[in-house]
Write a protein that binds this ligand. Structure first.
Ligand code: OVM
Length: 413
């Protein structure tokens, strides 16, 4: 474990609203730290139970137990003031709040409706359709041999399989869904040149996305139409149904694309781990959790104190933002042992924070897990070896982690 470097002063003066914790002057959102966040995450974890991010004027938590207990305590650490760095009690929010940035009791009804639509029974019914897409896609990539595991696999599968499951038109998915997600997720990080880029690149997608949240544009029987049935039943309003379909479309695509790409990157870089999957396809489920832990697609969220609080001896005033780096918590050796930085498909990585925990824990995770299970399962059966053929290119985003491209050659089994 390395000692804190010189950029970390003893403690914050407690001025500027910060508690007395070590100061970190490094920028977790700069290119170098987004490319490889883990050295800085280690310094932050080892500096203290929390650190003061001087550049952003916010207290940040990176240790597993602290992040977990904050996420689990939705009464002290509320979401209704926004789950990005801006406090939407005092600043305008980018768009009307939805399931993600609401608290009980508003959240409760939204969550119940979404939970019903994404219940195990309806998610299980998606497997057959996903399997058809996976089989065809793996035919195509095996035929091609040398591919980009992101552009040719990870991006293609959710756009087709999840798009069909929600029940949106085929037309326009490629141009809109990923750019929309990258824009949407930019609101959960700082306002900087990077987020400005994703907002500019995603602006044109809002009309298409909102149009496809309308009931008349959603295929009967799909997840979107099922949310509208909750409105028919009087459980939610039409406006809420619209926003829940929006949540499916804005939260459900990029995250799964990154999960798939991160898994393929980890497995291609660790051929012995691919061999373990081939030997025992039941390990695919473990590989999914280990990928979520090792390179969490969703790296960070914010909460706001709804009353004065204390975490690990760190006192926090009421109405104060805290940053939670789940990507760091998921590498914390206190929780995962000294080999937390190793990717092992035989590790029990369950309990990681990539999907959060508590009342806001990802409600879509069964769908995402199913997509990953079906695609990686098909690959594990039919691909003997995933050989890297070039340097993976990182995907830089303030909130998300993954790869823009992972060049590989697939060797058929
Ligand atoms: C949204 C949204 C909803 C749920 C989760 C999420 C993980 C975003 O409506 O933007 O991010």
């Amino acid at each position: 474990m390395s000692a804190p470097d010189s950029s970390q002063a003893a403690t914050s003066p407690g001025a500027g609203g910060g508690p007395e914790v070590p100061v970190v002057t490094d920028d977790p959102y700069d290119d170098a730290n987004l490319t490889d966040p883990y050295p800085l995450f280690e310094r932050m974890r080892e500096a203290g139970p929390a650190v003061w991010l001087e550049r952003y004027g916010v207290t940040a938590f990176t240790r597993f137990d602290a992040c977990r207990s904050i996420l689990a305590d939705h009464e002290t650490f509320i979401s209704g003031a926004g789950v990005g760095p801006r406090n939407t009690r005092h600043e305008p929010s980018w768009r009307p709040p939805g399931i993600l940035d609401s608290d009980p009791p508003v959240h409760t009804g939204l969550r119940a409706a979404m939970g019903e639509v994404l219940a195990p029974r309806s998610v299980r019914a998606l497997r057959a359709g996903f399997a058809v897409v996976a089989e065809r896609l793996v035919d195509a990539v095996l035929e091609a041999g040398e591919i980009d595991a992101v552009g040719d696999l990870a991006e293609v599968f959710p756009i087709e399989a999840f798009g069909d499951a929600v029940g949106i038109p085929r037309e326009g998915r490629e141009e809109n869904l990923l750019a929309h997600g990258a824009m949407n997720f930019s609101q959960f990080g700082p306002d900087d040149a990077r987020s400005a880029h994703y907002f500019a690149a995603g602006e044109h997608t809002t009309g298409w996305v909102m149009e496809n949240c309308r009931r008349e544009n959603l295929t009967p029987g799909g997840l979107g139409a099922m949310l509208w049935e909750r409105a028919d039943a009087g459980d939610i309003t039409g406006d809420e149904a619209t926003r829940l379909v929006r949540a499916l479309l804005s939260a459900g695509v990029d995250t799964t694309v990154l999960l798939l790409g991160n898994a393929l990157r980890c497995l291609s870089a660790n051929p012995e781990q691919w061999a373990l999957l081939r030997e025992n396809p039941r390990k695919v489920k473990f590989a999914i959790d280990e990928t979520l832990r090792f390179d969490s697609p969703f790296q960070s969220f914010y909460r706001t104190t709804g009353r004065p609080a204390e975490v690990d001896g760190v006192a926090l005033d009421d109405d104060t933002k805290v940053a939670l780096f789940m990507g760091a918590a998921n590498r914390d050796p206190r929780r995962w042992g000294e080999d937390a930085g190793a990717f092992r498909v035989d590790r029990d990585a369950s309990g990681h924070l990539a999907f959060g925990i508590g009342i806001h824990q990802c409600v879509g995770q069964p769908v995402s897990r199913l997509e990953a299970d079906v695609l990686l399962g098909e690959l594990a059966r039919r691909v003997a070896r995933v050989e890297p053929t070039g340097e993976p290119q990182p995907y830089l985003h303030n909130t998300l982690r993954g790869w823009a491209s992972v060049p590989v050659r697939l060797h058929p089994a």
